[in-house]
Structure formats: structure tokens, C-alpha cells
Design a protein around this ligand. Sequence first.
Ligand SMILES: [Zn+2]
Length: 418
Amino acid sequence: MQTVSDEFEQVTDHRRVNARYELADMLRSAFAMFSLKSPSLLAFQEQMPAEKANLQTIYQIGAIPSDTQMRAALDPVDPAPLRALFARLFESLRLAGVVSAYQSWHDHVIVAVDGVEHFSSTKIHCDHCTTRTHRDGVTSYHHAGLAAVLLHPDHEEVFPLDFEPILNPDGARKNDCERNAAKRLCAALDERYPTLKMILVEDALYANAPHIRQLTGYGWRYILNVKPDSHPSLEKQFAGRRATRQVKELRYRDAQGVHHAFAWTSRLCLCDSAPDVMVNYLLYEQTDPRGKLTRWTWVTNLPLSARTVERVMRAGRGRWKIENETFNTLKNQGYHFEHNYGHGTQNLATVLALLMLLAFSVDQMLQGCWHLWRQVRAGLRTKAKLWESLRSLFQVLEFSSMTDLYRHLAFLYGAQIE
Ligand SMILES: [Zn+2]
């Protein structure tokens, strides 16, 4: 939180010079609002004396602005320096040993990329909104972005590395938009994390030649979902090789009675129009004890063999964590990701989404690295209960630090603290 607060100080203020509130305080206020999971800007503004003191001590806010002042000040803020903050937090994760604990393939880590929408309206819009025309003629306006998230199949915590806004000039069709944004996101990841060895895990939309050329150009590894209908030529080549016994296979049944079947082959051509892009292909079928079959197919540039296919499969399936542990948490576990805190005419919608994602990142760091947090969490049934208790205490009692607050919480719930 100290890092976040210090970095806010560096963000350029685009308002007129004699503004009454410091921009850093505006950013800290919005961050505090998301960190405390306050349901609205207005609810955040009506503070009791203890809350005011805590905002000043714990979140280092000098003067607390009103909701209108906050929206007006944050609207012209350039999102770029806020995005750079994820890389600053990542340095702390590296020092804490998290990055090495998240290595999934030698010294490579899994980075999942996927799109998520955070604003939608049929009335409010700005120049940057993407638009959709519905069958009944109604136009709706949207803000979405592509998130890149560090994850590991065995760990619950996910750590956002970056968030690329999908904006109006990206194109009229959803797929074009995401692909254009992905191009910028990957360039940004390469620039911000030059030494990080990445395995990019993405859905079938990204299994296209230009994207694969870009990834391999950076020296990255990839595991990309493909489907029979999205990549018919691959499916055909694979079937051809299988018929001529050129496909290797591995099957086993585990202790739970689940049947695992792997089939793979190397160096297939991604599609007819890109003969230079060669991919390794993995088919994985899982049959549960009741006989229900689930099928996955991926293309990858990781080497496939009887010794590696299980790791590739686990990394490929790990992608669900960006949907479940990241987007679902943001939408349904207290963060109100799709709630409209403000839209503005310039960058407000994006700035607020970034600040919320930053608050989520800090929470994930606390969860992954802070013993006291885990002890308090263990004493409570749901995370929602934790946020609720945290916010209530924050409103009525003064604390000297976040640690102080968590100790008190642990005491109230009778959690065992070492
Ligand atoms: Zn807009």
C-alpha cells in the first residue's frame, strides 16, 4: 500500500494548476474506496470521524474529496502510469519469492490473457466506448479490457500484470477489438517484464498466425485453446496423422476412477494461409467415473512427450482461473466490477477499472503473502464476511495501521495468532 500511495504521487495532473485537492489524494481515495469494497462513491463520502482518521492514517489521504470532485479529477488522468504500477507491485512479489513459487515449466510462469467488460449502458457514453447495435435497433455502449494475469494451477491467488483497454478505434466486431488490444497488450508485457519467461495461455480467438508470430518473436511459449470449428484444418491434419499411426498416445486411470487420455503430435501447420506457423497439437479427454467425457485441444510450442503432456494439460486448463478467480471475484465477491462508479467524458471508466484492479492485486498479495491475513480469513466462512467486518471496524474505531486493524479483527473472531 505504501508503494501504491508513493506511485500515485508521480502521476501527472492534467487539471488547471490551482486545483484544491492533490491528484494523489484523489487516486488514494478511489483506491481506498475499492480496497474497502465501498458500494458507491456516495457511501464512501459520508464518513464518520473514525473513518476519516483511518483514511488519513492507513491510506495516507491528505484531504478527502467529494464524489463529484473525485470524478472530475480522475477523468483526464492518463491510464498508462497506473498500468505501470502492476509492474512495480510485481517487483515486490518477486522479492517475496512468489514468482519462483509460480514457475510451472522450468523457469517459466503461466500468464493467462482474456477480455472482460466493466461498463455497459444504453444511455451513458463517451468517445472511447465500443458500441453494439441490437436486433431491436437499440445501441448499447461498453468498456472492456484485456487482463494479463500470473497464475499457477496449484495456487489460489492470481496476480494481474497488466490491463489493456479495448476502445472504440479497435474495430466494430468484438473479435477484431480483442485481437487489436492483444497486440498492444503483448507489446506492453514485453516492455514491462523483459526478463519474465512467460507461457501465454489463451482461448481459441488468439490461436491465429499474426498473434503466434508476435509471441514467438518475444521468445515466449504459448498454450492456446483450439476447437474443431475454429481450426478445421488442424483437426483434419491431426485425424490424418492418427489414421496413419503417427500420433502418440497415453492413457491411465487415476485413484479416483477418472480416465485420462492424451494424444499428441508435433509440427502441424496452424492453417492453410500461414504455412510458416508450425504448432504442436495436444488432445486431452477426461472421462469421469459416471462416463461423462470432456474434451480439450490445444496448440503449443512446448515440446510434447509422455513426460510433458500432463503439465501442458494442467497449464492449459489453468486458464479457467482468469475467469473464475479473477473476473468472477471482481464481479461477485465484493468488488462491484460492473457497477457504474462513474463514466466521464475522457478516461474515467478506464481509470476506475484500473484502480479497482490495483486494489484487487494488493488484496491478492495480502492473501498470498501475509500470514495475519490468512489467519483472519481462516476464522471466517466467506471472504465477503471478511470485507464486511473490515469495513465496519474501519468506520467505528481508529487504527494506527492496517496490521493494527487486522489484529483487532483476529481478536474479535478469536482467530489464533502466532
Ligand atoms: Zn465510454
